[in-house]
Design a protein around this ligand. Structure first.
Ligand SMILES: [Zn+2]
Ligand SMILES: [Zn+2]
Length: 819
């Protein structure tokens, strides 16, 4: 037992343990240990953005608590760490940093720029993760931009291609004209914006009449391939089958009937353009209409746009509106609120383009996804529908090819003669088909000998959607199935539709098995103003700022206590300050305990008498263990931290320690055996509190453990100590008796405070009267602590109705003090 320094220096303690834990290998997963059961966390490899934000802190604190808790439960915990490096956002930053576009430099130079940015960002984020005290096994660290990771992504593609899940096709896809690439539905953000509805005359063929069409996108008029009305709409169904003029273009198109036309929107007559929006795509497919590729990959009007060719979309809109006005075809305009799809990386308006792409057959798996999601445990439960609703809402298969540079290459070549795609063999990967030829001499179809490598690359989600298998050791370890499916996949509420979904479809397709047994969801961090925390709203707090000021243990308490799992939680400085105050309280009571336990030997056979309050506090601690364990099992971290803090602060410090101080200090009055009783309860209760808090505030609890307990408890780290199992301490009778004694002591002390007397003012005579004999016996049994805590010279306990004040919370017990 070593004394603790007087002051709690969090910066020093936290840095010390972060270093030591790593040196001691406390968080290493033991691949050779087959005795202990393994527990695997599917750590989502973060996208290295450079900033560790409070959302990361929330997310990481959640799963670090799980990792630490399961370790103490005796599991061999695999807590890996990777970095999801590829993606548009890094490319956009590389372009900005160098003031050039990706196509202005050779791909290898552009890749190098991207890698430099990612390296810098990983270093920054890693520092933050270490400072937060995450119990990661750093030996498992990986980066998806390394060819060794490409190998896994490419292999998964080859296997899925063989199983028939991958195909190439020309289908409409979401397209970002700024990033010049296809993007998936999950990468489209929807925002409400003010738009303009244009009411335009479409003249009927051979007729002076016209139909009025309302559209927010008049620039698409050159791509109009039909006009549709609802067949039930009696205003217009007489026109079905007739032809109508497309304004400004001298083309006739058919008027078609389509039940999907909303009679109440605009005029009830709509133009079908290829492709103005997703509805157009559906209508074109239903009616097998021709397509007109009006928009180019860079977001300009193509040559089919005639006089508008070469204009940007915005310029084309202005020109067309002007021409319609001049021709007298624009009747009026009105404003409206509309949802527009934006590229989630650069916020550019997303267009729909048809171009040859690679797809994964994800829609074929929708029923399976829904069925499997049902078997997964969700924390909290209602998050499941976020996944199933999303899966069921998808109209299109997942487009997995991207027209970018910084990503895993698609391992495919094409025969120059016949165009046949040549897929890499499993043992060829990792490979970049832009730099290396296929390892076959002839095209299997035509015998051609020249090949051209695929230039498209994979969507970055192709890398990060196989992590459950990769973490388990797939494809290199024969025994990877032992660690698969992952025990828990933690995720933010905002990425269920991407991360949880893509993991699910890919692993179902590859292995026909769920990738994770449970899904732990965290909400968003809100600013102190209740809005989502964001730099643009000026309510942003950077994580390092919080860690500098209050340290990790205080910050982690904010994350754990902030709200129920899955709910959005606000960041408030006072919550972190409260965490800090709790740490100081815990530090001070531990320092006090270390002094009073200096002569205590937990293994000694010397006589040790437990007084009623000792049994009381041990029983309360046992109940606390029950509650906290149940909360941890349900991932209710806020319950775990609040219950433990309340117990430590109030039951333990304010009630128990205050009541038994005298017994600890003055063995000459009470005897060695009773002192040892208090020492035992103090020692064991504090240890239990430290253990329950170890997953939440690992640094301070480790520091106290090493000073006070390591010698006797013989665990290298508190983190490796077995989770408390103290059911034996439960004692209903002791709890009832202790409640009476504590209530009496508190009432007497409160009376002193009301009289403005110092708490150590002696009481000459304290008369306690209890209506019930049991209550009187209880007070007599607790005599030592009542006398000690209240400084009573003479305690008299009587049965019967008495004078004086009734003890609050103890009906039928009265006391009167004479000073
Ligand atoms: Zn974009
Ligand atoms: Zn060929």
């Amino acid at each position: 037992m070593q004394p603790l320094p007087k002051d709690y220096n969090f910066a020093e303690i936290e840095a010390k343990w972060q270093r030591k834990w790593e040196e001691m290998g406390v968080y290493r997963f033991d691949w050779n240990d087959t005795k202990r059961k393994a527990y695997t966390i599917d750590t989502p490899p973060p996208y290295p953005s450079g900033d560790l934000h409070m959302g990361n802190v929330l997310n990481w604190t959640y799963f670090d608590i799980v990792a630490r808790y399961e370790r103490m439960r005796g599991f061999n915990v695999l807590f890996p760490q990777g970095w999801d490096c590829h993606g548009l956002s890094i490319e956009v930053q590389a372009e900005k940093t160098h003031g050039l576009r990706k196509r202005d430099v050779p791909p290898d130079v552009f890749r190098k720029w991207c890698i430099e940015i990612v390296d810098k960002y990983i270093a920054l984020m890693k520092e933050g993760v270490v400072r937060l005290g995450c119990s990661i096994d750093w030996k498992t660290e990986y980066r998806t931009m390394d060819p060794d990771y490409w190998r896994r992504t490419q292999l998964s593609f080859i296997l899925l291609h063989k199983k028939g899940f991958m195909y190439q096709g020309t289908h409409p896809v979401n397209w970002c004209p700024r990033c010049e690439t296809a993007i998936a539905d999950a990468e489209v953000d929807y925002e409400r914006r003010e738009g303009t509805l244009h009411y335009i005359h479409f003249p009927l063929e051979n007729n002076s009449q016209f139909l009025l069409i309302a559209t927010t996108r008049p620039e698409f008029i050159p791509a109009c391939v039909a006009v549709a009305v609802n067949p039930k709409d009696e205003r217009f169904n007489c026109y079905v089958g007739k032809k109508i003029n497309v304004p400004l273009s001298n083309r006739l198109v058919n008027i078609i009937a389509d039940e999907m036309v909303d009679c109440t929107f605009g005029t009830g007559v709509v133009m079908i353009c290829t492709f103005g929006d997703k509805e157009d795509v559906k209508t074109v497919m239903r009616h097998q209409l021709p397509t007109i590729a009006l928009i180019t990959e860079t977001g300009r009007i193509s040559e089919v746009g005639g006089k508008y060719a070469g204009l940007s979309i915005k310029q084309a809109r202005e020109a067309i509106v002007k021409d319609l006005t001049d021709a007298g075809l624009l009747e009026r305009t009105e404003h409206l609120q509309q949802e527009v799809g934006l590229c989630d990386r650069c916020k550019t308006h997303v267009e729909i383009l048809s171009r040859k792409q690679w797809f994964m057959k994800t829609r074929a798996l929708t029923d399976k996804v829904v069925e499997t999601a049902d078997k997964v445990t969700w924390y909290p439960d209602y998050m499941k529908t976020r996944l199933t609703d999303w899966a069921q809402s998808l109209d299109w298969d997942w487009v997995i090819s991207r027209q970018r540079v910084f990503a895993t290459p698609i391992p495919v070549w094409y025969c120059k003669t016949c165009g046949e795609p040549i897929l890499a063999e499993e043992e060829w990967v990792p490979i970049d088909p832009k730099l290396e030829p296929p390892r076959i001499k002839k095209c299997p179809k035509c015998g051609g000998t020249e090949f051209v490598g695929e230039r498209d690359v994979f969507d970055t989600w192709m890398d990060s959607s196989i992590t459950c298998a990769v973490h388990a050791g797939w494809p290199d370890r024969k025994d990877w199935r032992r660690l698969f499916p992952a025990d828990v996949h933690p995720s933010g509420i905002d990425i269920i539709r991407t991360w949880a979904y893509y993991l699910m479809v890919r692993h179902l397709a590859l292995f026909d098995e769920t990738p994770y047994k449970a899904c732990l969801i965290n909400g968003m961090v809100l600013g102190s103003d209740g809005r989502k925390m964001s730099k643009s709203l000026k309510n942003y707090v950077a994580a390092p700022q919080v860690l500098d000021k209050y340290g990790s243990d205080a910050t982690r308490q904010w994350a754990a206590a902030g709200g129920t799992t899955g709910s959005d939680i606000p960041f408030r400085w006072p919550d972190v300050e409260y965490g800090r105050r709790f740490l100081v309280k815990l530090w001070n009571v531990s320092g006090f305990a270390a002094r009073l336990l200096a002569d205590y030997n937990p293994t000694s056979s010397a006589e040790c008498t437990l007084e009623p309050l000792d049994r009381w506090v041990l029983s309360k601690a046992a109940r606390l263990v029950e509650k906290v364990t149940a909360a941890m099992e349900r991932c209710e971290f806020n319950v775990a931290v609040e219950e433990t803090r309340n117990f430590a602060w109030h039951t333990f410090c304010d009630c128990y320690v205050e009541a038994v101080k005298d017994r600890l200090y003055r063995s000459e009055t009470y005897g060695e055996a009773k002192k040892r009783g208090a020492q035992k309860a103090l020692y064991e209760t504090l240890y239990t509190v430290l253990q329950l808090l170890a997953p939440i505030i690992p640094h301070v609890t480790e520091e106290i453990y090493q000073a006070m307990y390591a010698d006797a408890k013989r665990c290298m780290s508190l983190q490796l100590s077995p989770w408390p199992d103290v059911k034996d301490w439960v004692d209903d009778a002791a709890e009832q008796r202790g409640d009476v004694i504590i209530a009496l002591i508190s009432a007497v002390r409160r009376e002193k405070a009301e009289r403005h007397l110092p708490l150590n003012t002696p009481i000459k005579r304290l008369v306690v009267c209890a209506e019930e004999k049991d209550a009187a016996d209880t007070v007599k049994a607790g005599r030592d602590d009542v006398v000690g805590a209240c400084k009573v010279e003479n305690l008299e306990v009587n049965v019967g109705k008495g004078a004086g004040r009734e003890v609050p919370d103890c009906p039928g017990v009265w006391f009167s003090a004479e000073y």
